[in-house]
Design a protein around this ligand. Structure first.
Ligand code: ATR
Length: 272
């Protein structure tokens, strides 16, 4: 079997080994996929060792995605702009870094949930690494408007500057959480506020009856952010489990040239 792994710190709760073994079963690809906890001070050495032992590909998760991007000899276009990588592999003796996170959220929204991104008005919450990774792929869908709101407004403004050349006809802007006061077609929570039991301080006016709400986090029960949205009258709320499975499917496709079917895998994980 060809060896793959997810590398992070901590790593024991990662769902990636389960997801990729379901993909391997389903496609019949000879893939073995494990989890590696790299020491915080030796990500590069752990990666080197994995490939020296014949490993074929790595997924990279918190807190090493920026280091993976740095370490690579070569980056795909979508990784370059994301400033972080979640997928590594060798091509002609060169370590290649890719980023499938943005592709993952777009596929989950469009293919799995039937959300129209073209001409949509999107509110994107947060300005950290997770948000930076999805801006390019969201802009590629040509929304009418993409508003990046963050607690620290200067960080949202920096992202707007970084992506202004990719915006095309999309109105791209930055603001604080309190500013938007009209309903959006889609609100994506890319903050880690819920890890501290917090909510971004949004006006309830951003939620309309038609607003789709997407939390990049996922959990067994409704996420804090999605519960807030439901309480404001939203009816279509999704968590990030579909994104997790879709980014994995895209990595699998990059490595194996075969795209696994994802719906049954999401279903399986929900009932695990
Ligand atoms: P990640 O890799 O998950 O994106 P990050 O780069 O540390 O992590 O970014 C975390 C994001 O969540 C940031 O947008 C952060 O806001 P600031 O830029 O103002 O720090 C946001 N965030 C974290 N805790 C938050 C909280 N309690 N309330 C609101 N936003 C929060």
């Amino acid at each position: 079997n060809d060896l793959y792994a997810v590398i992070g710190h901590p790593i024991s709760h990662s769902k990636s080994p389960r997801i990729h073994s379901l993909f391997a079963q389903q496609t019949g690809e000879p893939v073995e996929y494990t989890a590696i906890q790299a020491p915080l001070d030796d990500f590069a050495g752990t990666v080197r060792q994995f490939f020296e032992r014949g490993g074929k590909g790595l997924n990279v998760t918190v807190p090493f995605k920026e280091q993976a991007w740095q370490l690579a000899d070569q980056r795909t276009g979508r990784a370059e702009k994301a400033g972080a990588a979640n997928t590594l592999y060798y091509d002609n003796d060169r370590l290649v870094a890719d980023n499938t996170d943005g592709c993952g959220i777009v596929r989950d929204l469009v293919d799995n949930h039937g959300v129209t991104l073209k001409d949509a008005r999107i509110l994107l919450l947060g300005a950290g690494g997770a948000v930076r990774g999805v801006i390019g792929p969201l802009l590629a869908e040509q929304p009418a408007e993409l508003v990046i709101a963050n607690r620290t407004v200067t960080k949202a403004e920096a992202l707007v500057d970084l992506f202004s050349d990719d915006a095309g006809n999309t109105r791209l802007s930055a603001c604080g959480f309190g500013e938007p006061d009209q309903p959006f077609d889609l609100i994506i929570n890319g903050t880690s506020a819920s890890l501290q039991g917090d909510l971004p301080a949004l006006s309830p006016k951003v939620i309309g009856a038609q607003t789709v709400v997407y939390d990049m986090m996922y959990s067994l029960k409704t996420t804090t952010f999605n519960q807030w949205a439901l309480d404001q009258g939203a009816t279509r709320v999704f968590d990030g489990l579909g994104m997790l499975v879709e980014q994995a499917a895209e990595s699998f496709r990059v490595w194996r040239g075969v795209r696994p079917e994802t719906a049954s895998v999401v279903e399986e994980l929900r009932t695990d």
